[in-house]
Design a protein around this ligand. Structure first.
Ligand SMILES: [Zn+2]
Length: 324
């Protein structure tokens, strides 16, 4: 043990939980965070239903200018506390979200819920460590994040440059097995663990107070869907979700509030085209490389970030469908 770790100030419970993973990967956590705290601008948020706020991230890859602010981030205010749903792609984005919450309510942040493991959704979690919330996620999130912690942190450092400061992986303290209720006072959130689709740890959250469903990346709008789970599972799950009525949904990427199930139409169309084209390529004896250049090209003009993500989706789909 080094002198440095002996003199490290006392950390909060949640920081302690992430310590073993993050201290090695990110030695600068605490000091960088203090430096950062001086310049915190609240993220703009839209109240999509009473007490339900959404920050709309840009459609882009994470870079130093956008700081990883590239997906939708939300919070729900009850009469006793606040639940945050996804925290952004860096500690800086998380602090901006926290500042936005402080502008709306003095109530404590009691829960930070992650819709799934992807860095643009979870890397802001450390900004809430001092609030000592319950960090909730799908029961498979813990393992998924632990396995990828090092590679996610390395990639984020490279993508974010100076905007990486303070960023850590925070492991969940509550794993949702099937369904969990979060009582915020006067309104309850129902978090539901879903079977493998966009990832193997997708969680949907329904705010019963406003009948709003946060789909995470099970629904993409405008931004090309990215496949990191199971294509057939995702299509099957969308059929199930479409039958669960909601007043509105907040997609992982896209407008902050949308009609349901209309919001799922584009994601579903793309995933079906992807599956059809990849199946045809396999049946015709094409190589994966060939499929990566040709499959789903008819969707190219319908999405942002198509060229950045489609080839990878095809390779994931090919690997899955090759054996069906
Ligand atoms: Zn995702």
């Amino acid at each position: 043990m080094s002198n440095k770790s002996l003199t490290r100030p006392l950390v909060s419970r949640s920081e302690f939980l992430v310590g073993s993973l993050s201290a090695a990967a990110v030695g600068l956590g605490l000091s960088a965070r203090r430096a950062f705290a001086a310049d915190v601008r609240p993220l703009p948020v839209l109240e999509v239903a009473p007490g339900v706020f959404v920050h709309h991230g840009v459609h882009a890859l994470s870079d130093p200018a956008n700081r990883g602010d590239i997906c939708n981030l939300s919070f729900v205010v009850g009469s006793n506390g606040v639940a945050v749903i996804d925290t952004g792609g860096s500690f800086g984005v998380g602090t901006g979200l926290r500042a936005a919450i402080r502008e709306k309510t003095p109530l404590p942040v009691t829960h930070v819920v992650s819709t799934h493991m992807h860095p643009d959704h979870v890397l802001g979690n450390a900004a809430f460590a001092a609030d000592k919330p319950i960090f909730a996620g799908h029961h498979k999130l813990m393992r998924a994040l632990a396995e990828r912690a090092e590679s996610y942190i390395e990639a984020a450092k490279e993508q974010l440059g100076d905007a990486f400061a303070g960023t850590e992986i925070v492991l969940p303290t509550l794993g949702v097995e099937t369904q969990s209720e979060i009582d915020l006072g006067g309104r309850t959130l129902i978090a539901t663990a879903r079977p493998t689709a966009h990832t193997n740890n997708d969680l949907t959250i329904r705010d019963t107070g406003s009948d709003t469903v946060f789909t995470g990346d099970l629904v993409f709008v405008e931004h090309l869907p990215t496949l990191d789970g199971n294509l057939r599972g995702w299509l099957k799950l969308l059929d199930v979700l479409e039958k669960e009525p909601a007043a509105r949904v907040v997609p992982g990427h896209g407008p902050p509030s949308m009609d349901w199930p209309a919001a799922a139409a584009d994601t579903k169309r793309y995933l079906n085209v992807l599956a059809d084209d990849v199946r045809k390529a396999i049946a015709a004896g094409k190589t994966m490389t060939n499929a990566m250049e040709t499959a789903a090209q008819s969707e190219r003009d319908k999405w942002q970030l198509f060229d950045q993500h489609n080839a990878r989706n095809v390779s994931a789909a090919f690997a899955e469908l090759e054996w069906e």
